[in-house]
Design a protein around this ligand. Sequence first.
Ligand SMILES: Nc1ncnc2c1ncn2[C@@H]1O[C@H](COP(=O)(O)OP(=O)(O)O)[C@@H](O)[C@H]1O
Ligand SMILES: [Mg+2]
Length: 243
Amino acid sequence: MASIAVYSVKGGVGKTTLAVNLAWCAASISRRKTLLWDLDAANGSGFLLGVDPKKKRSADSVFADGSDPAKLIQTTDYAGLDLLPADESIRALDRQLDRLGKKKRLAKLVEGLAKDYDRIIFDCPPVLNELSAQVIRAADLIIVPLPPSPLSARAFEVVVEEVRGSGKGHPPILPVLSMIDLRRTLHREAREANPTWPVIPLASAVEQCAVERKPVGAFAPRSPAARAITQLWTAIERKLAQK
Ligand SMILES: Nc1ncnc2c1ncn2[C@@H]1O[C@H](COP(=O)(O)OP(=O)(O)O)[C@@H](O)[C@H]1O
Ligand SMILES: [Mg+2]
């Protein structure tokens, strides 16, 4: 089992979109039993997968001692892909984790899920707190989507500092140039400056995910965007295999 966090301290960089699409690739292309774990109160992952939240469930309860995450997990329309949805309760999660005082709570939950899943993908909120620290401790790989702008480059530096600061044996970081439009000078320059970083193009097919409420591969499998996402997923599997 390997866990992958899609994380940045910046919002709107494409984390949720990428997490959903990568989870779809893991399940549909690599045939891995996959769990997409939404840690953002906005519950964007569930929305993009067309999964409507069930009433009277609180996603924060997973973190309380002795509680079983399986109770919250929902199946999706895609074989091999399950979702652990977020809800409003997640807002207080950071304080809850602080109170619990267990630095590896999330890592322990992930360990417990290893018997049921081959891949766990976290859709992270744009925060720098105890929750993100726990994600860094639990993840085998951290994907940082970064549109070509000085602000997201800054956000990337913050993530790198935070991950490196988490101690020896920290997970590797894979930056991904997201929302790239090669007609724009700044975007071309970002591409040229980082020729080895995977690229996800700015594409209406990706935007459409939120309208279709489906991953790109499920409704536009031959689009350049779907191909780029598949390529990224292949690169991720390769990186995990090197571990
Ligand atoms: N490659 C892309 N091309 C076009 N639009 C994109 C792309 N990636 C993300 N978006 C759009 O950008 C917005 C923010 O994406 P989202 O995944 O919610 O970011 P985050 O989770 O980092 O806040 C959404 O409207 C999404 O549809
Ligand atoms: Mg998001």
